[in-house]
Design a protein around this ligand. Structure first.
Ligand code: FAD
Length: 290
């Protein structure tokens, strides 16, 4: 059965979790209780975002250092190049490396509205980082094509450049159309990308927020998904259950298609990601109370 074949497959599944820096005391508590629960699943790494152009890089640094000190997990800061000079980026890279942070998610960052052609693309950042030290680097990939790309092929070549510059893996933008991910993975293989194309899984608990993210990011929200969340605007508990079930169906198919690495956009919550990992067979060594 599917469940049997899944548990046989699962010994070598790797997961990673993405968080964002909290801005209030309450959010900080939520983040830490999520990290404590998810760390029991022994993620390959956890990452912390940085809002390009937000000028709050310190918050990302702080959370990364705290995660590393408190949990010993590999903690990867997201680093964007759109809002810094190459010299500043080199300094940041050296500081990270010297404080034992060897994993980085390397990004360009979104262009502020109306801005000219960027000075640097993410591929330039990957090359710069690799010149400074032998970082483990993840980059971004877009199964449904980055909104600015001239064409799907141009976007694929941009990803190839990032991998050729030394990235170890690509993490995808979230998606709901599993076929589009699988076709994209095939196209990556066909142009000689060897690193893992790790699906980025967004467990949906707030459908209305998701719709906003998705239209901004050029991600298709299929009609069936809309149907799943219809009528649940005031029912968070049921939305969570539905969101978990949607993501569980997706990861089952992906797992059957040979995917072994999964990245979760946790939005700093543990419940859904934990449940999805559980069904994938990714579990703590000993049962942990919720
Ligand atoms: P690039 O790979 O540089 O690509 C950007 C665009 O330029 C694409 O359209 C590409 O096709 C095109 N391009 C690339 N190279 C060239 C070239 N040489 N000539 C012409 N066109 C080119 N944003 C944040 O601000 N903070 C975060 O923490 C963050 N985390 C993210 C994590 C993941 C997993 C993902 C998928 C995205 C994340 N983003 C984050 C969003 C990201 O910054 C935006 O999508 C941004 O617009 C593109 O970043 P990139 O690294 O993919 O850029």
């Amino acid at each position: 059965t599917l469940n049997q074949s899944l548990s046989e497959l699962n010994r070598d599944i790797n997961v990673s979790f993405e968080f964002f820096p909290p801005t209030t005391e309450t959010m900080e508590q939520t983040l830490w209780s999520s990290i404590e629960r998810l760390q029991t699943l022994k993620p390959k790494f956890v990452s912390v975002t940085y809002g390009a152009n937000s000028g709050t890089r310190d918050r990302t640094h702080k959370v990364i250092k705290a995660i590393k000190d408190r949990t010993g997990l590999a903690a990867a800061p997201h680093l964007t190049c759109i809002d810094s000079t190459p010299d500043e980026l080199r300094q940041i890279a050296r500081d990270y490396w010297n404080s034992g942070i060897k994993d980085i998610v390397a990004l360009r960052g979104d262009l502020p509205e109306g801005s000219a052609k960027p000075q640097m693309y993410a591929s330039d950042l990957v090359a710069l980082l690799k010149e400074e030290a032998d970082f483990d680097i993840s980059v971004a990939a877009y199964p449904e094509v980055h909104p600015e790309a001239k064409s799907a092929q141009a976007d694929l070549l941009a990803l190839k450049r990032k991998m050729d510059a030394g990235a170890n893996r690509a993490i995808t933008q979230f998606f709901f159309d599993v076929e589009s991910y699988l076709r994209f993975r095939d196209r990556c293989a066909a142009i000689g990308i060897e690193g893992e194309i790790v699906p980025g899984i967004l467990p949906v608990s707030n459908y209305n927020t998701l719709k906003k993210f998705a239209s901004f990011a050029n991600v298709k929200v299929p009609k069936w998904l809309h149907g799943q969340f219809a009528g649940l605007d005031n029912d968070q508990t049921t939305r969570n259950l539905v969101g978990a079930s949607v993501a569980i169906e997706m990861v089952k198919v992906l797992s059957r298609e040979g995917v072994k690495d999964f990245h979760f956009y946790t939005l700093n919550r543990s419940e859904l990601s934990y449940a999805i990992c559980h069904t994938l067979g990714v579990r703590p060594a000993e049962a942990v109370p919720a």
